[in-house]
Design a protein. Sequence first.
Length: 269
Amino acid sequence: MRKYCTVAIGLLLLSGCVSKKVLLQSQMQTSALRADSTALADKITHLQSQMNDLNSKIADLNQQNSQLGKQTADQQSKLGQSQQTLQQQEQTLQQQQQKLQQLQTLLAQQKNQSLLLKNKMAEALKGFNSNDLSVVQKNGKVYVSLSENLLFPSGSAVVNKNGVDALSKLAAVLNLESDVAVNIEGHTDSIPIRGKYQDNWDLSTARANAIVRVLVNNYKVDPTRVIASGHSFYDQLESNSTPEGRAKNRRTEIILSPKLEEMYKLLEM
């Protein structure tokens, strides 16, 4: 009986020791789990903070990207407009260069026609005294200058025989050059006129008209090509203070101009 009691007490003591050991182990594990849980919570909090920062940065980047997208779209739109403007300007420049080239071609043609006309006029009038007549090319036109001595008696607007002869030679060339305009200008010196004509305006205009009548009536020059004008003594070649100067100023100029319709049309385009 005593033997059994001893065994039972031993078992109880052993059981108590085992339970205490298990309890200590459980407490230690619980403490470790709590520490791990706290550490994990701290990590979670830190990671959440990092995630919030990253989300904020992502939002900022998205906003910047959106703004950049708008700026890029605006810049692309402006670039497109600039390219379109540039293309229009290049097209306009090309058209202007083409027009300039055409004008230069027409001017060169006019110059060549004017030179040929000058040579023809000089050849036709070569039999007359060079002191009474000159043929020059200037500003794309041909100037045939005929002195008073060749064409008219002093103070008169009636063309003399030598003048009619000279005009016949000139008309022969004009009738072959149908695209040439004819401008006839009468000029006098500054000495006041007496007699039939009121003044030098009247005389210079009458002389220009007399030349027109000879060319048109006698030699059938197309009247639609001819213009007559008088300049009195206001377009002098030399001073009217000397007899030599006044003699040079008493003249009729026949100005021949190749027609420029094509050039005017081109300039109006």
